[in-house]
Every structure is written in structure tokens, then in C-alpha cells.
Design a protein around this ligand. Structure first.
Ligand SMILES: Cc1cc2nc3c(=O)[nH]c(=O)nc-3n(C[C@H](O)[C@H](O)[C@H](O)COP(=O)(O)OP(=O)(O)OC[C@H]3O[C@@H](n4cnc5c(N)ncnc54)[C@H](O)[C@@H]3O)c2cc1C
Length: 363
């Protein structure tokens, strides 16, 4: 059993992504903090597409949890169930908590060890390098950013992006979608909208793909960028099932506590907060909950709890390779080199590393 002996309050953070990693880091000197994550590292999620075209980029974007959590504990396993005072993990541990923070945004199946994740990027890169034509399935932010990265670094390759919806990047406005489409086309990416490929029919080593419109695409390799698995399915058989909304998101109050629960918080993409799901907002959630946990664990002061107001002026950046991008700002949408100067060059890696108290300089 882990988490039994301490004088300090036991705070368990489940999910070591953008929100959970930062929260654990912020709490580590105030409480007995324990982080549960199936990976031994925190990965800056939007950098994976760059790491596929430049595997060495991942050296700065895969950060071992123990590098920033120097005064906390890490359990490298998946949480599979909870009660009102315990978390159970896949590797058979029972972890007791006084306060719980749920931050399991998405459950992408990535390798447990940092070394294997680096190796996976190398393998993806080998696939890209050895194929003269590449098919990307899914025109959401992953598929679009991957198409931009490949078309920028390997302009000689034929890249096809297929998306079943009527426009790319459906989570943002049509103006930004159109700008992304234009920029991809200017990079010679063939974009097929309102078409799909039956994923179940694809076999290992497949080279010819038939779309729902009957078009035949030949590609040396393909990448599936659709439907990331939700990080809340493990809660469906627990006492928190009533706290999940229809989309499987945890309903939270203004203090970011799970509705009706005094000692359970939720942050990041797993919450039902009405705003676009973004990492910099997940970090704001973490800051509010860190404040609240400090108040509750030290002074027990309910009345002073900080509140979170969903942002109305949201900024969304889409990188299309190193030198171009699209930015949807509160009052306008821009495409081209200016957004690239903000996001695409370093993909906010320096900023995130600084937040985590690590060396932020590019090497
Ligand atoms: C291509 C792309 C581009 C993006 N670009 C931007 C951008 O430019 N700016 C921006 O602000 N945001 C961007 N985002 C969004 C951003 O990545 C997310 O909003 C952010 O990652 C949410 O953080 P999170 O901590 O809630 O979830 P995640 O970062 O998804 O972390 C979830 C963590 O929970 C863990 N987990 C899952 N299930 C379990 C379990 N059962 N037990 C234990 N651990 C579990 C996972 O392993 C993971 O570590 C982008 C996303 C994508 C995909």
C-alpha cells in the first residue's frame, strides 16, 4: 500500500499531462503529493508531430516525471478505479488520498518508458523517410499539423490528407479552417474532404487505400490521426459515474471541484468547462486548484477558495511546419509566418519547460 504514513495531507494527482504534471509540481513542497501516470514521463502533446519528422526534437519534449517532481512520488501505472478515499492502479496498488485531482484528459496508448517513446519517433521517421507518398487519415489538429510538418521537411513527398468532415479543424472557425487548407495546398498536400477510409479494413503493410468515394490512393505508409481515446472511461464503473456528462466529461463547479464533492478536483481536458480544450487553459485550471488545495490542506478555509472563469478571449494556434501556421485570435484570424513566429518554431517547448522549472533553452 502506498501513501499511508505521512503527517502532511495526501494529495493524489491522476494523470501526468499538461494539467496534472503542473499541479503536482506546484504542490510538492506543501503536501504529500503522489502522481499516477502510465508513462514515466510527461510529454508535451502537440510536439509529437514535429518529433515524427525530427526525432531529436523529442529530447526536450519528453520530460521524466522525476525531473520536475523532486519532492513527490510517482506511480507508473494506469488508474483503474477509485473509492471515496482510495485509488486502485493496474499494477495492483491501493493508494490512499485526502484530496484527489483528476487530470486524465486523453489516454493515448504511448510507451511506458521514455527510451521506447524516443525509439517510436525514430521508427515513425524511418517510415516517412522511406516512403515517397504518405497518407494521413483525419483532418483534426493532429492530422493537419502532421501534414504541415511532413510537407515542410520533406517537400518532395506526396502527402494526402483525408478527412470525413466538410472542413479541416472543425473545432475552430471556418476562416481558420480555410487558411489552413490554403496553406497545406500551397505545400502540395492533397486534401480530400467528406471522404473516409475504413480503418478496420486496413491490413499491415497496406499500400493501396480505397476511400468512401471510391478513389484509390497509393501510399508507402499511413498515419491514423482520428479519435483519441477519452481519459474518463475508467471512471464509468465508479461512484463518479453520475458526475460524467453525456460526452464523458467530469462536471465541475466554479472552484474546479467535481460537482457535489468536497475533496475531489478535476482539471484540463477531462472537465466539462465550456471552452476550447487547450493546454494553456489546462495550466490555468492547475493554478486555481493548486491555490485551493493549499488553502484547504493548510487552513481548511472553504470560504476563500479561488474560482475559475472560462475564458472568452481564446487564442488557438495551429502549426503547419516550422515556418507557417494559423492563429485564431479573439478578433481576427491570421495565417502565414506571424503565427509561426509564436508557435511553430519552438512549439512553446521553452515556455512549458520553464513552467516546469527546467532548463528552457533550445540546444
Ligand atoms: C495536435 C495538437 C495540437 C495542440 N496544440 C495546442 C496549442 O498550440 N496550444 C495549447 O494550449 N493546446 C494545444 N493542444 C491541446 C492540449 O494538448 C490539451 O488541451 C492538453 O494536453 C490538455 O491537458 P490535460 O492534462 O488535460 O490532458 P493530457 O495532456 O491529455 O494528459 C492526460 C494524462 O493523463 C494520463 N492518463 C490517461 N488515463 C489515465 C489513467 N487511467 N490513469 C492515469 N493516468 C492516465 C495520460 O497518460 C496523460 O499523461 C493541442 C493538442 C493537439 C492534439
Amino acid at each position: 500500500m502506498v501513501g499511508g504514513e505521512s503527517q502532511k495531507k495526501r494529495v493524489v494527482v491522476v494523470g501526468g499531462g499538461v494539467a496534472g504534471a503542473l499541479l503536482a509540481k506546484k504542490m510538492q513542497f506543501d503536501v504529500d503529493v503522489l502522481l499516477i501516470d502510465p508513462k514515466e514521463y510527461f510529454e508535451i502533446p502537440w510536439t509529437r508531430l514535429r518529433s515524427m519528422v525530427e526525432p531529436s526534437f523529442a529530447e526536450r519534449t519528453l520530460i521524466k516525471h522525476t525531473d520536475y517532481l523532486t519532492n513527490g512520488r510517482v506511480v507508473t501505472s494506469r488508474a483503474i478505479s477509485i473509492t471515496e478515499s482510495e485509488v486502485f492502479t493496474e499494477d495492483g496498488q491501493k493508494i490512499i488520498y485526502d484530496y484527489l485531482a483528476l487530470a486524465t484528459g486523453y489516454a493515448d496508448p504511448t510507451p511506458r518508458s521514455r527510451k521506447d517513446r524516443l525509439e517510436q519517433f525514430q521508427q515513425d521517421n524511418d517510415k516517412i523517410k522511406s516512403s515517397s507518398s504518405i497518407l494521413i487519415i483525419g483532418g483534426g489538429r493532429m492530422g493537419v499539423e502532421l501534414a504541415g510538418e511532413i510537407a515542410t521537411d520533406y517537400p518532395e513527398k506526396n502527402v494526402t490528407l483525408i478527412h470525413k468532415g466538410p472542413r479541416l479543424l472543425e473545432y475552430i472557425g471556418p476562416k481558420a479552417s480555410n487558411k489552413a487548407l490554403k496553406l497545406l495546398k500551397s505545400k502540395r498536400v492533397e486534401v480530400l474532404l467528406e471522404q473516409s477510409v475504413d480503418l478496420d479494413s486496413i491490413t499491415e503493410g497496406e499500400r493501396v487505400f480505397t476511400t468512401s468515394a471510391g478513389k484509390s490512393i497509393t501510399a508507402g505508409c499511413h498515419f491514423v490521426c482520428v479519435g483519441r481515446p477519452s481519459g474518463s472511461t475508467w471512471l464509468q464503473e465508479t461512484f463518479l459515474k453520475e458526475s460524467l456528462d453525456k460526452s464523458g466529461r467530469l462536471m465541475v463547479d466554479e472552484n474546479l471541484r467535481v460537482k457535489g464533492r468536497s475533496n475531489i478536483f478535476a482539471i484540463g481536458d477531462i472537465t466539462d468547462i465550456r471552452e476550447i480544450k487547450l493546454g494553456y487553459l489546462a495550466q490555468k485550471h492547475a493554478a486555481v486548484v493548486a491555490k485551493n488545495l493549499k488553502l484547504l490542506t493548510k487552513e481548511g478555509r472553504e470560504s476563500k477558495l479561488a474560482t475559475y472563469k472560462p475564458s472568452s478571449a481564446i487564442m488557438v494556434m495551429v502549426a503547419l511546419g516550422r515556418k507557417q501556421g494559423v492563429a485564431q485570435l479573439p478578433f481576427m484570424t491570421i495565417g502565414g509566418r506571424l503565427p509561426a513566429m509564436i508557435k511553430s518554431k519552438d512549439l512553446f517547448v521553452g515556455w512549458i519547460r520553464k513552467e516546469m522549472g527546467l532548463d528552457h533553452r533550445a540546444v
